[in-house]
Write a protein that binds this ligand. Structure first.
Ligand code: ZN
Length: 191
């Protein structure tokens, strides 16, 4: 069979989201570190996730799904914070993670954000996990898992795919319950 045979455009696939048995993580994928593993450089990311949660709550004010993110520099200081503004800006790329990464890079005048840690209330999607790679972040810390769109572990393992030329550490489940409840409450109220 010729290479590429069998490939069909995603829009013709039904259903588009669930393919039992199809692996989207490489064999060597490493499960994300759990919060209980302990502090990294003296940080347990509890307070930093609190700052991300505060950001997330602001998104509701303009009808956006409550996801918040903060970016930490190498010392652990918060250097950027923002929340999902997809509805507000009518911009599919205006996820909290994209906004903090772009702002910090512009501020530094350098797209390389080596030494930085992204702290976000929800597991990043493939776009944001990709952006974290292209920005060369050191670490992604997230709260709730996203089984429907997670690009860090749930569906894909972008930050630790050896085929890419950068990898970063992942810590999951930091204040996961609070982060998840914020989201589920939002969707319950919306219904
Ligand atoms: Zn995203």
């Amino acid at each position: 069979m010729a290479e590429g045979a069998g490939f069909e455009p995603a829009r013709e696939l039904t259903p588009p989201t669930r393919f039992p048995g199809v692996r989207t993580r490489p064999d060597y994928a490493i499960p994300p570190g759990r919060h209980s593993v302990g502090a990294v450089n003296g940080l347990d990311f509890i307070d930093q996730m609190g700052a991300a949660l505060e950001e997330a709550r602001l998104a509701v004010g303009h009808g956006d799904v409550p996801v918040g993110a903060v970016l930490l520099d190498a010392t652990g200081a918060v250097v950027a914070s923002d929340h999902n503004r997809r509805e507000e800006l009518a911009d599919p790329t205006a996820h909290a993670e994209m906004l903090v990464i772009s702002r910090r890079a512009r501020e530094l005048g350098d797209w390389r954000l080596t030494g930085h840690t992204l702290v976000v209330t929800l597991e990043p999607c493939p776009m944001c996990a990709g952006a974290a790679m292209w920005a060369r972040l050191d670490r992604i810390v997230y709260g709730a898992a996203d089984p429907k769109a997670g690009g860090v572990w749930s569906l894909y393992n972008i930050p630790q795919d050896r085929r890419l030329n950068h990898r970063c550490d992942v810590i999951a489940d930091v204040r996961a319950e609070e982060c998840g409840t914020l989201l589920s409450d939002f969707f319950v109220r919306k219904r």
